[in-house]
Design a protein around this ligand. Structure first.
Ligand code: PLP
Length: 451
C-alpha cells in the first residue's frame, strides 16, 4: 500500500506532465524524493542504486554539498547576468578559465548554454558561420546513424539514433544533414566484420564528402563513444582515420562530449583515448554533474580568429552565474579527488567482470565500452545475433526487475539502438564494492533470461 501523498502526486503527474521516452499520460509509479551517494530514494523510503547516473549525467553522485554551496553562494551574490551586449560576470570567466585547464590545448574559446541540445545547435551554427566568414558556402553536416545529439532543431537533425526513429511523427527535420553508418560493429550496417572491414565506416566519410562535394560540407559530428545507442565504443583506428579525413577535405570535426566528457570514459574527454583533437567540442551533463543545467561549446583558435568581429546570438541563460559557479566547483572536485583516475580503475574492474561473468551467458551477445560507460548487448540467439521478439518486451522486463530489486537499470531498445542493450554507467565516485553489489543484481536478472 502506497501513502496518500504518493498516490496523489502520481495521479496529478499522470494527468498533467509529459515524460520523455514514456507514453504520454503515464509514469513509472513511484516518486523520487531524495538522494545520496549512488542511491535514489522514493517517497515510500525505498532505495535504488542508480546504475546509470540517471541520464549518464550525475557523474559525482548525489549529495556533493560543495557544489550546492557554490551555487547558493553565487545566487546570494548575483542572481542573473546576461551575456548579451557584451555584459560580463566573474563566475562565467572563472568557469572558462577552469575549462581551459582541462580541455585539449588550443580549444579554449567558449560559449555557454544550459544543456546538450542547446550546445549542439550552437556548435552547428558556429561551423557554418566559420565557413561563411571564410567566404565559403559550406553548410552540409554529416553525422552517424545510431548517434544521439539532442532534441532541439539542429540536434534532432543530426541525431541518427534508432536509425530514423526519433524523427518519426515530427519529420521533416531541417535540410542539409546527411547520416552515414556508425561504428556499431556488432550490428554493422555494411554487414562487415572487424578488422577485415578495414574500418569501412570511417572510410565511408571520405566517400560521402567526395560525392556531396567537399566545397559544400561544413562539418562531421559524432559522439566519441555511442551513448544512447547503448554504450558502443569504436574500433581503435576509427577516430584517427576520421581526423585525417576531416583535415584532408577541409571539413570541421565536431565532437559531442556531452555524455563522454568529464571523466566518464576514464579520460577527461574521450577523444584523448586516441590522441585526436576536434575543431569544436560540445559539453554538458557532467560539467555540473547535473546539479544545475549547464553546457558549453569549445572552439579552436582557428575558428575563434576567423569569427572575431562577427555577431553571434545565443541564449537568455547563457553563462548564468549560478550555473557557472556550480561548474567551477564540479571541475575542481574532478581534479582534486582524481575522479577520472578512479573511473579508469573501477571501469576496468567492472568490464573485466562483465567479460568474465556476463559474456558467456546464453543471452549476452557482447559486452564493451570505455571507463564507466559500459554496455551489454542482449540477443535471443548468440549465433545469429537475433534480438528478442519485440512482443516479449524483454528490456522493459529487465528495467522492472531491476527496480523491484532496488536498482535503476537504463535499457536501450529498438528506437534508440538497432538491438537491445543494457547500460552500466554509475556515478564515477563508485567503489569496487559498490560495483560488485550492482553487478550482482544485474547478473541475477541477465542470467535468468531464456533464449
Ligand atoms: N548529446 C549527447 C551525446 C547526449 O547524450 C545528449 C543527451 O542525452 C545530448 C546531446 C542532449 O543533451 P540535453 O538532453 O542536455 O539537451
Amino acid at each position: 500500500m502506497t501513502s496518500k501523498r504518493t498516490d496523489e502526486l502520481l495521479k496529478w503527474d499522470r494527468e498533467h506532465i509529459v515524460h520523455s521516452r514514456w507514453a504520454i499520460g503515464g509514469n513509472i509509479g513511484f516518486v523520487i524524493d531524495k538522494s545520496h551517494g549512488i542511491y535514489l530514494q522514493d517517497t515510500e523510503g525505498k532505495e535504488y542504486i542508480d546504475s546509470s547516473s540517471q541520464l549518464v549525467c550525475v557523474n559525482l553522485g548525489y549529495g556533493q554539498t560543495e557544489i550546492i554551496d557554490a551555487i547558493r553562494e553565487e545566487l546570494e551574490k548575483l542572481q542573473y547576468c546576461m551575456q548579451y551586449l557584451g555584459f560580463v560576470n566573474e563566475a562565467s570567466i572563472r568557469c572558462g578559465q577552469k575549462l581551459s585547464e582541462i580541455v585539449p590545448e588550443g580549444l579554449d574559446h567558449f560559449n555557454f548554454t544550459t544543456g546538450g541540445s542547446e550546445s549542439i545547435d550552437l556548435a552547428l551554427r558556429f561551423a557554418r558561420l566559420y565557413w561563411n566568414a571564410r567566404g565559403m558556402n559550406k553548410y552540409k553536416i554529416v553525422s552517424l546513424y545510431d548517434s544521439y545529439h539532442g532534441t532541439a532543431g539542429g540536434g534532432l537533425a543530426v541525431t541518427g539514433s534508432g536509425r530514423g526513429g526519433y524523427e518519426r511523427g515530427v519529420a521533416p527535420v531541417m535540410p542539409g544533414f546527411i547520416h552515414i553508418p556508425s561504428y556499431y560493429c556488432y550490428r554493422c550496417m555494411f554487414g562487415k566484420e572487424y578488422p577485415s572491414c578495414n574500418i569501412h565506416c570511417a572510410q565511408f566519410l571520405a566517400e560521402i564528402i567526395e560525392k556531396e562535394g567537399a566545397d559544400s560540407v561544413a562539418a562531421f559530428i559524432a559522439e566519441p563513444e555511442l551513448g544512447t545507442a547503448g554504450m558502443v565504443a569504436p574500433p581503435p583506428e576509427y577516430w584517427p582515420m576520421i581526423r585525417e579525413i576531416c583535415s584532408k577535405y577541409n571539413v570541421l570535426l565536431i565532437t559531442d562530449e556531452v555524455m563522454t566528457g568529464f571523466g566518464r570514459t576514464g579520460k577527461m574527454f574521450a577523444l584523448e583515448h586516441w590522441k585526436v583533437k576536434p575543431d569544436i567540442m560540445v559539453m554538458a551533463k557532467g560539467i555540473t554533474s547535473a546539479y544545475i543545467p549547464f553546457g558549453a561549446v569549445a572552439l579552436s583558435d582557428e575558428i575563434w580568429e576567423a569569427l572575431k568581429g562577427r555577431n553571434f546570438v545565443s541564449y537568455t541563460y547563457a553563462g548564468h552565474p549560478a550555473c557557472a559557479a556550480g561548474a567551477v566547483k564540479t571541475m575542481e572536485i574532478y581534479q582534486r579527488d582524481k575522479v577520472v583516475e578512479n573511473t579508469a580503475k573501477v571501469g576496468k574492474y567492472a568490464l573485466e567482470r562483465l567479460k568474465r561473468d556476463f559474456e558467456p551467458l546464453p543471452c549476452v551477445g557482447e559486452v564493451g565500452g570505455l571507463g564507466l560507460m559500459l554496455g551489454i548487448e542482449i540477443a535471443a540467439d548468440k549465433a545469429t545475433k537475433r534480438p528478442f521478439d519485440r512482443k516479449l518486451n524483454i528490456m522493459e522486463q529487465i528495467m522492472n526487475n531491476g527496480l523491484e530489486k532496488g536498482m535503476y537499470i537504463r535499457v536501450c531498445d529498438i528506437g534508440s539502438t538497432p538491438g537491445d542493450r543494457i547500460v552500466f554507467a554509475p556515478p564515477l565516485i563508485i567503489t569496487t564494492e559498490e560495483v560488485d553489489k550492482a553487478l550482482d543484481i544485474l547478473y541475477s536478472i541477465v542470467a535468468s533470461l531464456k533464449p
